[in-house]
Write a protein that binds this ligand. Sequence first.
Ligand code: HEM
Length: 260
Amino acid sequence: MNLVGNLFGSSIGRKILMAVTGLVLIGFVIGHLVGNLQVFSHPDKLNGYAHFLQSLGPALWIARIGLLVAVVIHIWAATVLTLESKRARGGEPYGVKTWIQATLSSRYMRWTGVVVLAFILYHLAHFTLGVVQTESFKETEKLRHYVMTSDYHVLGFTVVPAGTEVLDVYRMVVLGFQPPIVAFFYILAVGLLSLHLLHGMDSLFQTLGWRNARWARPLRTVVMVSCLAYFVCNAAIPGSVLAGRLTPDSAAKSAPVATH
Ligand code: HEM
């Protein structure tokens, strides 16, 4: 069997696929969070950043397709490994734990995974496609006319110059989290995502063979602190909207939206 055949056709190969795709997805969620935290700065920051990403054109689509492929492989490998571990137990709910079960067959991972998937679908429908909560986007036309008041830089290069008209992602995010039910749903979802990451990163280190006697405890501490920090930083965004610390007007005050 060739490498691809080995990866997809054996249990250990599927575990490696889960670990590698898990790493790709962790990279994405951390990068996405770092970008989103700019909401706490001047609206130029989040708006310039979003405009820069959109301007990447084909590169953005390649990244999106790569992400989608990683999600599909991750879910497929998890499903196959779960079914295998069930078969290995012979349908016994409390059979002897096999090595596959040790990292993957936990109900908790499946449950949090399904809720996170539901969250991502809602999230895409909300911010990317704009097909849910359309009432909070009554101002869609106005959202399209934010004029950058300063240059936006990446690695010292001006990628979005002052005066460029961009989408007001800052206002879109703040308006999107106005209904408390939506803000609470996001907080719950990122909480479950953080729990999923906690268990997933443990499994990942086990698969990569890093969880030996010497490193098990420090690794566990690093993983727990990182997942907690990930949760707090993410929840801070809808949480600040709920608490009235981030308002649509804070954008208007610091940078007037151009009128046409
Ligand atoms: C409260 C935290 C979050 C905020 C404020 C936020 C904000 C956004 C916004 C504004 C977009 C649309 C970007 C655009 O099309 O211009 C977006 C896209 C996206 N978000 Fe989030 N997000 C959050 C959390 C998450 C989490 C936790 C995940 C993953 C589990 C996630 C996954 C995605 C994905 C996959 C996209 C689509 C990216 C693309 O179309 O290129 N987001 N997010």
